[in-house]
Write a new protein. Structure first.
Length: 336
């Protein structure tokens, strides 16, 4: 087992520079984007700001900070399998977007691989890897280390599925299922109790989100093929749920309805429930790393918070450049 004492010490020092309520208030209350940008320097991003850096560079600077942190964690933990909770979602997102470009937009290559075009740079796969997989069905050997040797056959299934009915939502769900199957294998091999519990929670949250969207927005029961059978929430509990009242009775996440208003529209209700589910996941990660000095929980939780911080910082800076009122920023930031 890799000794994580050193990286834990580094992270504990870096945690003092995370986004606090005080820093959040100061950035939101800043009169100009340039004043808000100066507060950024107090966070983890000072190392990426030189004399030529401008407030307009905020997106590049924040992304650079995340990539540097990713490299630190991979190096110091020998890319612990638990970090795939962070890197794999980025890979799946990038594969979805690339398949969309190929199958729906009829593109012959991946022209832009950047965040502004919906791609994440935090995955295992770079632009060349994604292009080879999607357009050439060539899978990088290092990617097979955790995808498994049958991934090539699964890629062929994607192509045949598209030829059958050209329903892209099925391809997206197939990739989601693939993600959980890969993560399940990684977690089982790790033998780590915390990672197993985190995986179960993630599957349960994903299934409950799918159930909520189906019942409240499409007004129909969840389709069985859209259910991930790897968590503690069972298909039997979800199969007959077709109304809000029945949704309230699902035992596992009934608490998320405690403060919900009956006046909310279906769309508002779904967003509120999903935000509360995300908070449950965040809290589980945060509590799991508390008091730990030599466990993967610490770097996993820290990077997760860095990503959350980055989303808030980008939103605040974007809002400042577009003159969005302070009150509106506070209202929207609650969604993060």
């Amino acid at each position: 087992m890799t000794d994580l004492l050193f990286v834990t010490g580094q992270i504990r020092a870096l945690e003092t520079r995370l986004l606090t309520i005080n820093r959040l208030d100061r950035m939101i209350g800043a009169k100009t984007p340039h004043e808000a940008f100066r507060i950024l320097i107090e966070l983890q991003y000072a190392d990426y700001i030189d004399e030529e850096a401008k407030a307009e560079d905020f997106d590049r600077i924040i992304e650079q900070g995340l990539l540097e942190t990713k490299e630190l964690l991979m190096r110091e933990t020998e890319n612990n399998p638990g970090l795939q909770f962070l890197w794999l979602p980025a890979d799946i997102n990038n594969l979805k977007r690339a398949f969309k470009l190929k199958l729906l937009d009829k593109k012959s290559s991946l022209e832009h691989f950047s965040q502004t075009h919906g791609f994440s740079l935090l995955g295992n796969l770079d632009q060349s890897d994604v292009e080879n997989i999607v357009w050439n069905s060539v899978i990088p050997e290092e990617f097979l280390n955790y995808l498994g040797d049958n991934f090539g056959e699964q890629l062929q299934y994607i192509e045949s599925q598209w030829q059958d009915d050209q329903n892209f939502s099925k391809i997206e769900f197939f990739l989601d299922q693939l993600y959980f199957e890969i993560l399940y294998t990684i977690v089982q091999k790790s033998g780590n109790r915390f990672l197993k519990d985190l995986f179960l929670l993630l599957v349960d949250i994903t299934n409950f989100k799918s159930l909520t969207r189906s019942v409240l927005m499409r007004e129909e029961p969840l389709k069985k093929e859209c259910f991930i059978p790897l968590g503690t929430l069972t298909w039997t509990e979800c199969a007959e749920v077709s109304s809000k009242d029945q949704l309230l009775k699902v035992r596992l996440f009934s608490s998320v309805f405690a403060n919900i208003s009956d006046q909310d529209s279906s769309e508002e209700l779904v967003l509120t429930i999903e935000r509360q589910l995300d908070k449950i996941y965040d809290q589980f990660l945060h509590e799991g790393q508390s008091g730990e000095i030599n466990s993967i929980q610490v770097p996993l939780s820290y990077m997760h918070r860095r990503i959350q911080n980055a989303k808030m910082l980008k939103f605040i800076m974007f809002s400042k450049f577009h003159g969005i009122p302070t009150e509106t920023i506070y209202e929207k930031i609650r969604a993060f």
